[in-house]
Design a protein around this ligand. Structure first.
Ligand code: NAD
Ligand code: TYD
Length: 351
């Protein structure tokens, strides 16, 4: 198949592309604007492969998207391009509205025009796969799980913009018959994760000897999924999922933030001990909470397991150990980001 991936220079998009080039025969076109979060070095392991190509472009640019689609003639559009960080959405929601809502609208319009011109077999085979988040469902208390039928209740500018984009995708299926798929996934972690997000931020700041900022009292819970498990889920969904369907993807790995941070510290104590012999946990500090901080996310992933046979392989403990090892072995990748783009300082205090 020919897969057009938007946002392929990002954390999850690059994991998907590495997976597709290494483990499938599919051809991939990466369409990415290269915002602050787009890192082409994340594709170095596969970028010499003739089945991979790259176009720098903005999903809000109708002409650029149309010509990429017309020339590449995809069987699948896997749409991952987005502004993805909750804290940045608090400081500056405008880009989130543009890219996540207007950009998804533009992708849908260009996909629809292309799909309508395909022959019958081409139309039947085509899929528009929209990659979304469990944050659209809002915040859980200590009990319960998000299912595919949970009501939408987004609470941050980021999750509201993703919820809006999910609604647009559903509308283009119901109204125009575009063969769409939606996946709503829990928090990802793993190699090539941009240092603004909790897990890489803690690893990098710990190694620098900096304070480790835990928002609020650290009791907020996220359901962590290793990014390579997510990449396998995405492929399974666009290869085998039923058009019009939505699938929840989760890691069965709920952890409180403070426990995630402590696990990282303990892993570093073993893998790269502090020169003064003290534990990295001494650097942990509790800081002012995030505005509107969602308490808990947890996914019920039984539909994708029952219907498509996907489940996560990686345990949280093994996944964290691999991730910490990767950051220790790949300082060049993240040091370039710290030097040029983002220094791990606090975001999202509101302006
Ligand atoms: P990311 O921020 O690491 O990467 C986003 C990529 O999109 C970057 O390469 C960036 O350059 C590109 N991009 C941004 N605006 C663009 C535009 N206007 N045109 C073209 N490209 C643009 O994000 P990620 O963590 O890889 O997330 C990918 C997708 O998965 C997003 O849609 C996100 O909402 C969703 N998601 C993320 C998580 C998570 O834990 N990270 C969980 C569930 C769902
Ligand atoms: P994050 O990685 O930003 O993902 P999301 O907000 O999409 O869940 O944050 C994960 C959790 O970690 C979230 O509850 C906020 C918290 N957090 C901290 O405690 N300290 C930090 O420095 C960051 C970035 C996040």
């Amino acid at each position: 198949m020919r897969i057009l991936v938007t946002g392929g220079a990002g954390f999850i998009g690059s994991a998907l592309i590495r997976h597709l080039i290494r483990d499938s025969d599919h051809e991939v076109l990466n369409f990415d604007k290269l915002t602050y979060a787009g890192v082409l070095t994340s594709l170095e392991p596969i970028d010499a492969d003739p089945r991979y190509s790259f176009i720098q472009g903005d999903i809000c640019d109708a002409d650029a998207v149309r010509s990429a689609i017309t020339e590449f003639r995809p069987d699948v559009i896997a749409h991952l391009a987005a502004e993805s960080h909750v804290d940045r959405s608090i400081d500056g929601p405008g880009e989130f509205i543009q890219t996540n809502i207007v950009g998804t609208f533009n992708m849908l319009q260009q996909a629809l025009g292309y799909w309508r011109a395909l022959d019958e077999a081409g139309q039947a085979a085509f899929r528009f796969h929209h990659i979304s988040t469990d944050e659209v469902f809002g915040s859980l208390g200590d009990e319960g799980y998000f299912t595919e039928t949970t009501s939408y209740d987004p609470r941050s500018p980021y999750s509201a913009s993703k919820a809006a984009s999910d609604h647009l995708v559903r509308a283009w299926h119901e109204t125009y018959g575009l063969p769409t798929l939606i996946t709503n996934c829990s928090n990802n972690y793993g190699p090539y994760h941009f240092p603004e997000k909790l897990i890489p931020l803690i690893i990098i700041r710990a190694l620098a000897g900096d304070p480790l900022p835990v928002y609020g009292d650290g009791s907020n819970v996220r359901d962590w999924l290793y990014v390579e498990d997510h990449a396998r889920a995405l492929r399974r969904v666009f290869e085998q999922g039923a058009p019009g369907q939505t699938y929840n993807v989760g890691g069965n790995s709920e952890r409180r933030n403070i426990d995630v941070v402590r696990t990282i510290c303990e892993t570093l104590d073993r893998e790269s001990p502090r020169t003064d012999g003290k534990p990295y946990a001494d650097q942990i500090g509790f800081v002012t909470d995030r505005l509107g901080h969602d308490h808990r996310y947890a996914i019920d992933a039984s539909k994708i397991r029952a219907e498509l046979g996907w489940e996560p392989i990686e345990t949280f403990e093994d996944g964290i150990a691999k991730t910490v090892r990767w950051y220790l072995d790949n300082r060049g990748w993240w040091q370039a980001i710290l030097d040029q783009r983002y220094d791990t300082g606090r975001l999202g205090k509101g302006k």
